[in-house]
Design a protein around this ligand. Structure first.
Ligand code: UT7
Length: 332
């Protein structure tokens, strides 16, 4: 079997830091509430003039350079995002152009919210395994600051999200380093608990109009407790599947990198999985929930901090809108 490996990885976040104290000014919230309930201290928000593709571009360039290839060696670009530059096209083709890729490669987006990066990984892995492509650029990137409600009515979700991008180049594995398994799941019943409904064809004949906006359908809504309950069940379940699939015990795993939605979720997951917090990578305090980008950003930072290195086994897990959830086992 042609296994795939992550040959290069990179991330980018906007320079603009928005602290909990900054949010106190806009949302009738407090640093104390945000830190106690979520562990978040600050997040990054883009400033006017930076679209999702602009933010993602440096992450892509870093991943391509780290893989030791050029942009024109990329055979396909797949992006996971819920906040593209435009309704269409997706940012895949826009990144193809910004990377100055002259070949007519496939470039497209998928929508799998916070689980998108692991969904991308499975897709890329399958394309490499089949021999269809040699170098695939996978990008998880979201500008959540452009869809959240920044008023006091939006505080329950608005304080949680941030902007960021992460990218990897997937290539055929030549040695021990490889993607060992991916497991993806969805349950559409979760739609009612976590969504941003507009613009959408559900509102036919308009996708968005003043009434839809007045009803606040264009903002993300979540039933926080319900989402929390499901996240702390599904992520440990999916990690367990990854471990059983690879015949691993907890001792075989160097690090679990879980979607960064809430520190308390990560803590509860660790307890349920029976692992200590030093095996759970945490950077939510700095970036908040960057949706499709949390996992590649966390992988970059964990790697730079020496939390894992060549030959180590790591597990990724995510849970989010859909509901969707997923895990991946990787030998670095
Ligand atoms: O990426 C995947 C998707 N998202 C998640 O995984 C998030 C899952 N859920 C959560 O992380 C948590 O449920 C939240 C952080 C969203 C909320 O924490 P909670 O402990 O479930 O709080 P709550 O929603 O039950 O709200 C508790 C109180 C409420 O006041 P009352 O009704 O008790 O008087 C809220 O109105 O906190 C109030 N509240 C706030 N207060 C200050 C809600 N948001 C805020 C806020 N600042 N930002």
């Amino acid at each position: 079997m042609n296994r795939s490996k992550i040959a290069g990885i990179g991330f980018n976040v906007p320079d603009n830091i928005v602290t909990n104290h900054d949010l106190e000014e806009m949302m009738d919230t407090s640093d104390e509430w945000i830190q106690t309930r979520s562990g978040i201290k600050e997040r990054r928000w883009v400033q006017a003039g930076m679209a999702n593709s602009d933010m993602a571009l440096p992450a892509c360039i870093k991943a391509i350079e780290a893989a030791g290839i050029t942009a024109n060696d990329i055979d396909a670009i797949i992006v996971g995002t819920v906040t593209p530059d435009y309704n269409f096209p997706g940012i895949g083709p826009i990144l193809q152009q910004k990377l100055e890729i002259t070949k007519h490669i496939p470039a497209y987006d998928i929508s799998a919210a916070c689980s998108a990066f692991i969904y991308l990984l499975e897709m890329g892995d399958q394309f490499i395994q089949s021999g269809k492509y040699q170098n695939i650029l996978l990008v998880g990137s979201d500008v959540m600051s452009c869809i959240i409600d920044k008023s006091p009515e939006g505080r329950a979700t608005g304080v949680l999200f941030g902007d960021g991008a992460g990218a990897v180049v997937l290539q055929a594995a030549t040695g021990e380093s490889c993607i060992l398994s991916t497991h993806l799941y969805a349950d559409g019943k979760g739609m009612e608990h976590l969504n941003a409904k507009a613009p959408g064809s559900m509102f036919y004949p308009d996708r968005i109009n003043a009434d839809i906006i007045a009803e606040r359908h264009h903002f993300p809504h979540q039933n926080g407790r319900e989402v929390f309950k499901n996240a702390v069940t599904r992520m440990p379940e999916s990690v367990d599947v990854a471990m059983k699939h690879n015949n691993w015990s907890l001792d075989d795993v160097t690090l679990v990198i879980a979607h960064q939605a809430n520190y308390r979720i990560l803590e509860t997951c660790a307890k349920r999985m029976g692992i200590s917090m030093d095996k759970m990578y945490i950077n939510i305090q700095k970036y908040g929930n960057t949706t499709a980008a949390t996992i590649p950003i966390a992988m970059c930072e964990a790697l730079a901090e020496g939390k894992f290195s060549k030959g180590d086994n790591i597990i990724l897990t995510a849970f989010g809108g859909g509901y969707t959830w997923a895990s991946a086992a990787i030998r670095w």
